[in-house]
Every structure is written in C-alpha cells, then in structure tokens.
Write a protein of this length. Structure first.
Length: 437
C-alpha cells in the first residue's frame, strides 16, 4: 500500500520551478553562447567528451538544470553534493562509488552546488579523482571562482559564465509552464502580466516561476476559470506593482527624471526616481552605467571624485546585486546630486567630434609623427617636434592640431567646484605658451 510519502503521491506537490525543470537542451531557455548550436557544451554532449567544469552565474539561470541535463544526456551516474551539508567524509564515500563505476565503464558526474562554500580541505579532496578521471566535476557558484575556488582545482576545470536571463527568455519559460502544466489549462494570463513578473525577477527564472505559481494559487476561479490580472499580482506580492515597462516609455521617463534631478542638485527627487526604478525591477547595472556617464557628462573635472564614486557604485552593484546594492546606488546618486556641476567636458567632446568628422581626411602634422624608418626621416617625420620634458616648465609653444583647425578650442572650464582651479591652470599654461612666442 502506498503511503503519503511515496514519490508517485507527492510529485504534484513539487514547486512549479522544479516541475518545469528542462530535461533536454532543446527545452533549455537562454545561454545560447554555451549550449546553442555549435556551442562548446553541446558539442561535448554530442561527442560524449564531457570534462570537468564550473558554472558561474547569478541564481536561477540554469546552473543546476544544465548539470542534470548533461548527466542524463551522457548516461552518466549523477551525484549531487551540497556544500552546506557535505563534508570530506561524504566526498570520500562518493569517490569510492566513482571507482566502482569506472571499473564498470560508466562515468560519474559529481555536481557541487555552491562550490564556493566548500573549504580548502573539501576542495582538495576532489583533486586526485578529477586528475585520474574517476569523476567529472561540475561545480556551480554565484561568486567569482577565481577568488572562491582554489587554484589547483580551478586549473583542472573550465569555467563557463552564465548570464542573467532576459525578460523575453523568462516570459518564454512562463509561457511554457502555462502550456505544459495540466492544472493551468483554465488559467488566463495576459502577456503584459508575464512581462511584469519577468521584470521583477531580475533575470532569475526560479523566482519568476515561484511568483507565477503563487499568483495562480491565490486567485479564486470564476466560472471555472482563473483570470490573472495586475490586481492578482498585487495581492500575491502584498504590494502595489509599479507602472513600469523596461522597453516602454516609462523606462525612459524615469531614467530621464533621475538624470535631471541629479543635474538640478536635488538628492531627494533623485532618490525617489532611483527607488521607482529599482523597486519596479530595473537592472541595477543599467542604472549604475547611467551614473558613470552622468559623472563625466554633468560633473567632470568640477569634482574628480564623482567618476570614482560612480564606478565604485557599479562594482558594488555587480558584487551585491539586488536588493543589497540599492544603498550603494543611493550613495552614488546623493553624492552626484550634491556635487558641483559642469558640462564642459561633454560640450568639449561634442565640438571635437564635429571637427573630427569634418576634417577626417586631414593628415597628422609631420612633427607629431614617429620616424620609424629611414624613409620616414627623409619625409620629415618628427622634424620640429619639441620634447616637453626638455623644458623646465614642461610646456612648449608647439601647435598640435592640424593646420586647418590649429586655433580651435574645445574645452572651456567653468568656475564650478574644482574646475575653477583647472581654469586657472589652463590660463597659466596659455600664458607660458604665449611667452615662448
């Protein structure tokens, strides 16, 4: 007699994310770079030449799924270890199993989730068995393996980087779940709801599937059907969903509002628009890239630390991800908002770009060219060049622009912040050049 704990009786209680786990590469969404046609992993599977590897990427992008597909497709003995619950003893017991499998002509794939959590002794326990071919090690990590996996083990594996899934890929996964799950045949979900779920998942398919499952489970059927709406989503999340479409107008409206609030030295408004974007599911790295641009476009040399702060915020967002990086980005947004402003660099580059396009056929002045060959010297390359270090003040009166635009100027420092000092330095340089006549 079957009990409540028999697999056949409990299979329906698996989370949707587990039910929808792809069993073949053809059902696998995303990561075309490594599993698509003519990709490295697909070729290894097709030729049954799997080698030890590490999958590095954020949660919910398919690391565990891919390992299981590899094991199933290559007909290998598959064993999964957890860095949280497994110690050296468990590893050695598994190695004994692998020796027996090898004697029977069968491969053993050992999948280690969160391999970065294994200490050095645990990682070292794998080394001899990876070297002699007893096991094929597949590790998964959300941390940079260069820092978290010891060098001896890392040198014996190939690292594959798995990226966050795109909204389109996650929507495809959600649609597949709705189509393949018999329980959802009477569920109606508009596509924009799927995109809202995908947008809030931050590239994590597991999160998206869990959200979809919760929304459907909480919705009461009407006339035998469940109609999933924005209201359904709000109830399931116990919070109001944001009017936001990363591809639509609101995306550009909000980033514009953030940019202009910082430009107007309004940290409160800037923080508000930052929160609107992040809480609606915007990619924090997209926001961070915009801050890096802003630091040079709207501040520049008025505060030379602005770019440093922005780049540091980008790195922090990359390391932490959401939601931890929200305060890193908030720090940068406030810092950039209260910094002195100058668009002198932005304007200067625009003018230089215009001249560069108009004078694209202009030759570099002879005195600025390197005389690499005898012919170069005969043609006058380098003739008349003045080496600044030969002068006490390290300044010459040499003209560096092409003749047709030799008097053009692009960068005009403002009196804002540190750029006021830059302006004085440039005035002194110009005075020294004029004196040398």
């Amino acid at each position: 007699m079957k009990t409540l704990f028999d697999e056949e009786e409990t299979i329906d209680f698996k989370p949707l994310a587990e039910k929808m786990r792809p069993a073949t590469l053809d059902d696998f969404f995303g990561q075309e770079e490594i599993v698509g046609e003519n990709s490295p992993i697909r070729k290894m599977i097709e030729t049954d030449t799997i080698s030890s590897m590490i999958f590095w990427g954020p949660p919910g992008v398919g690391k565990t799924t891919l390992a299981k597909i590899i094991a199933k497709t290559t007909n290998s003995s598959f064993h999964e270890l957890s860095a949280v619950t497994s110690g050296v003893k468990e590893i050695k017991e598994l190695m004994d199993i692998s020796k027996y499998n090898k004697s029977q002509g069968k491969k053993t794939i050992v999948f280690v989730d969160e391999i970065h959590r294994f200490n050095k002794a645990q990682q070292d326990a794998f080394l001899p068995f990876v070297e002699n071919g007893n096991i094929i090690l597949i590790g998964a990590t959300t941390e940079n393996p260069s820092f978290e996996v010891n060098s001896a083990l890392l040198s014996r594996t190939k690292v594959y980087v798995l990226r966050s899934l795109t909204e389109e890929e996650i929507v495809g996964i959600l649609k597949r779940a709705l189509e393949k799950n018999e329980d959802y045949k009477k569920v109606e979900v508009e596509e924009d709801i799927l995109y809202q779920i995908a947008g809030m998942s931050n590239g994590d398919a597991r999160t998206a599937l869990n959200t979809l499952e919760n929304v459907i489970n909480l919705e009461k059927p009407k006339k035998g059907k469940k109609q999933i709406t924005s209201t359904s989503l709000e109830k399931a999340l116990q919070s109001k969903t944001f009017l936001y479409d990363k591809k639509g107008e609101e995306h550009y409206n909000l980033i514009s509002a953030l940019h202009k609030s910082m430009r107007n030295s309004d940290p409160d408004a800037a923080l508000y628009y930052l929160a609107r974007m992040l809480e609606a599911g915007e990619d924090p790295l997209y926001v961070a890239r915009r801050l890096v641009r802003f630091a040079s476009e709207d501040i520049g040399l008025a505060n030379t630390n602005a770019l440093t702060q922005a780049v540091a915020a980008y790195q922090a967002a990359h390391f932490n991800g959401m939601p931890e990086c929200n305060v890193n980005l908030a720090q940068a947004v406030v810092y950039l908002s209260i910094s002195p402003k100058s668009n002198a660099l932005y304007t200067a580059y625009g003018k230089a770009k215009s001249d560069a396009i108009k004078t694209a056929q202009e030759k570099v002045p002879l005195h600025l060219r390197n005389a690499v060959t005898k012919l170069d010297s005969e043609l006058g390359y380098g003739e008349g060049y003045q080496y600044a270090h030969d002068f006490d003040d390290k300044v010459t009166n040499m003209t560096c622009l092409p003749e047709s635009i030799k008097d053009h100027k692009y960068y005009y420092p403002t009196n804002s912040g540190s750029e006021k000092k830059v302006r004085e330095v440039m005035k002194n340089i110009e005075a020294m050049k004029r004196k040398k006549g």
